[in-house]
Design a protein around this ligand. Structure first.
Ligand SMILES: O=C(O)CCC(=O)C(=O)O
Ligand SMILES: [Fe+2]
Length: 485
């Protein structure tokens, strides 16, 4: 390419050049060079300074976060469990695998014990629910039942709940305020569903729509007879009118949410090998990290007599921003009123084959929609396992040695716990003949990753500080602070 050098050396003044340009002192070549040189040096100097600062930040923060890796059990920090730990961020190093259901009826082979292959059948996709026949041997069922009997079982639900009147008195609520609390859909009327839900949740008393009609009639509560309570009608009732009416009428165990006895069996080191084996098998089955399973609640063994039942419920509560989990409470120093047992998975074992009834019902499994208030209708209350088990979508027959397991939460799409799966609603149908023995293994995971991580880190530190001692943070707190659902 040819270059017209004359143009370079003697620029032709342009007619549109600003007048000032002519007056400029022509720059010497050497001064142009030194100016450019200065600019380049300055740019390099700034880039260098910025790099050094960035490097210092990187070193500072990367040291910090590597210390805070999830369950960094190799590191020994001299921090006791009682000392508060806060403002830590744990990088996401743990993911929760979720077993694929594929489709209802799909069977997958799983290897859980040497020389045996189990078949795992998908029972529903909403909730994700599986059945594994022969999960326990007959001998293992016998051992678990005998250990529970040896330990002793207690009533799963007390007849008279305490402390409710005190709360009402302390808060000094007006009838309007109580009415508003009960009016879930805020339509200024109390539907039977609203009263029934309240009674079941608050007192654990299972009123039926017929019971309610009987109470209204006995107390002359529904003066216009439309089946609803207006604020005026509600005001006319005294604060504990319902409770006093029920007390006068007498309360039977069959009118409670749950009519069974239960006990808890630890599954850690030093316990019967069958209990430890079961826990290992649950880890293999769920494919969850073993530390999660080990830090979960002990095994709950339940006995239903003839006539026993457990009405429809969720094993775990919904996730609100204020929700805290019982199992991670010690690690978070929280005193939230929204505390629940965060049970990611329920593994339920049938320890005997029941002669009559006693199925586990999943009334809305694989339903297209879920609407809480429409579960209770005047003619059919799908939550009632004494009356309406035959009307639900899915029932599992209790067969000795069979396990069922399901997810109580959906995934958050990033390998952690997401929203509660409302379709996991279930209950134990009334036992019409014989006795029913089951055991629950719940796997606790906090939907808040940071809280779960902090909890596990604290437990691992505690174990390093006092090796061999049972962790104050794990099984024992499930017993001490267990929230009955
Ligand atoms: O007894 C059953 O079939 C269900 C038990 C149950 O849901 C529970 O114990 O939470
Ligand atoms: Fe349950």
């Amino acid at each position: 390419m040819e270059v017209d050098e004359s143009v370079e050396e003697e620029p032709v003044p342009s007619p549109v050049q600003p007048p000032m340009s002519r007056d400029r002192v022509p720059l010497q070549k050497s001064s142009v060079c030194s100016r450019s040189y200065f600019m380049v040096v300055m740019v390099f100097f700034h880039v260098y300074i910025i790099n050094v600062i960035a490097l210092l930040f990187y070193v500072h923060y990367s040291n910090g976060s590597s210390r805070k890796e999830f369950a960094s059990s190799t590191q020994h920090q001299h921090r006791s469990f009682d000392r508060p730990v806060s403002h830590e961020r744990f990088s996401r190093t743990m993911h929760l695998p979720r077993i694929e259901g594929i489709r209802v009826g799909h069977v997958q082979k799983v290897s859980l014990v040497p020389n045996k292959v189990h078949e795992m059948r998908t029972l529903s996709l909403k909730p994700l629910l599986f059945e594994i026949p022969g999960f326990l041997t007959d001998e293992e069922c016998r051992v678990v039942i005998q250990l529970a009997q040896l330990k002793g079982l207690m009533e799963s639900q007390v007849m008279v709940p305490e402390g409710q009147e005190e709360l009402t008195e302390q808060l000094n609520l007006s009838p309007e305020e109580i009415f508003n609390l009960l009016d879930l859909n805020q339509d200024n009327q109390l539907q039977p569903q609203e009263i029934l839900t309240h009674s079941r949740v608050r007192d654990g008393i299972w009123l039926t729509p017929e019971n309610l009609r009987e109470i209204y009639a006995g107390l002359h509560a529904d003066s216009d007879g439309n089946g609803l309570l207006s604020l005026e009608e509600f005001r006319a009732l005294s604060g504990d009118a319902f409770q006093s009416f029920l007390k006068r009428r007498g309360l039977k165990r069959s009118q409670l949410v749950r009519n069974s006895r239960h006990t808890w069996l630890y599954q850690g080191q030093g316990t019967h090998h069958v209990l430890q084996d079961l826990r290992k098998r649950v880890t293999l089955l769920t494919r969850l990290p073993s530390e999660l399973v080990e830090l979960s609640e002990p095994l709950q063994v339940v006995r239903y007599e003839q006539g026993g039942h457990y009405h429809g419920h969720h094993d775990s509560g919904p996730v609100y921003p204020e929700t805290t989990c019982t199992h991670t409470r010690l690690a978070t120093n929280s005193t939230s009123p929204f505390e629940t047992s965060c049970r990611y998975i329920t593994a339920l074992f049938y320890l005997n084959s029941v002669e009559g009834g006693g199925e586990t019902t999943f009334p809305v499994a694989d339903n297209r929609t879920y609407e809480e208030l429409s579960l209770i209708q005047n003619d059919v209350d799908l939550l009632d396992t004494r009356k309406n088990c035959d009307k639900g979508n899915l029932r599992v027959k209790p067969t000795k040695g069979t396990a069922v397991f399901w997810y109580n939460y959906l995934s958050d799409g990033q390998g952690w716990v997401g929203e509660q799966d409302e379709y996991s609603l279930h209950g134990g149908c009334v036992v019409t003949r014989g006795t029913k023995w089951v055991a629950n293994n719940w796997i606790n995971v906090d939907p808040d990753y940071q809280r779960q991580a902090r909890y596990q880190e604290l437990v691992s530190q505690q174990q390093q500080e006092a090796p061999g001692e049972p962790s104050k943070s794990s099984s024992s707190q499930h017993i001490d602070h267990h929230v009955e659902l």
